[in-house]
Structures are given as C-alpha cells and as structure tokens.
Design a protein around this ligand. Structure first.
Ligand SMILES: [Zn+2]
Length: 129
C-alpha cells in the first residue's frame, strides 16, 4: 500500500502498527507488589483504534439508568403501584434498546473503518485503502 501523501511504500495496517507499538512491562513497587504497565509509542498512538468511550459510557449510563429505575420501581411497588413498576421497566428496556440501536453500531462502524486503515511510517499519515 502506497502512502497518498508522500508516496512511500513503507506503510502498514493501523492494527499491526498499534500492536507493534504497544509494550507491556512488569514493574515492581518498593513494597514488593508487582503490576503491569502498558505503554504505547507515539507512532502507535496515531494508529490507535477508535476510543471505546462511546461503548463504555453508553453501557455504564444504561446500566446505572436501569439500576436506578429498578430501585425506583421497587419503591413504587412498596407503594403498591404495580403499573408504575411496569412503566419503569418498559422505560429501562427502552433506554437499553436506544443505546444498542444508536451508540453500539456507531462504535462498531468506526472500529471496522479503523481495521481497514493504513499508516505511513515515513510521514505518519493515516489513510484509507
Ligand atoms: Zn507518507
């Protein structure tokens, strides 16, 4: 694959560039505990996949929303309004459905675009096929 910007053929898939630039090191703290630290080179950062931010926040928001609605529903049930509970459950599933419908496909689309992208080793340009 040739770089459209500098015509170099020293290019590679973003996915490969990201994997190569990522390194994991084991570090030991003063108290003897060990942990792993993942570092990503600046070149690999340019080739990084789309942020799962959308996926994560969407999922967390939906989970918190559902939890809230369930708790709210239970307290409504104590007030013996079974219909209100059903209403809240419907809203909860509605929110989940909207999230799946909107946020997830957006993330997956971005991710599959990234899977087809290349990066130039000479000028760092990220380009499509
Ligand atoms: Zn280039």
């Amino acid at each position: 694959m040739q770089c459209p910007s500098c015509q170099s053929s020293d290019t590679l898939k973003c996915e490969a560039a990201y994997e190569q630039g990522k390194s994991t090191a084991t570090v030991r703290a003063n108290d003897g505990t060990t942990g792993t630290v993942t570092t990503v080179s600046s070149f690999a950062q340019r080739a990084a996949p789309p942020s799962p931010w959308l996926k994560e926040t969407g999922g967390t928001a939906a989970a918190v929303g559902v939890a809230y609605l369930v708790i709210d529903g239970i307290s409504a049930m104590r007030g013996s309004t079974a219909l209100a509970v059903l209403g809240w459950i419907t809203v909860a599933f509605g929110l989940l459905f909207v999230w799946r419908l909107v946020a997830l496909p957006k993330y997956f689309r971005k991710h599959s675009e990234w899977e087809r992208q290349w990066i130039c080793r000479r000028c760092n340009k990220v380009f499509g096929p």
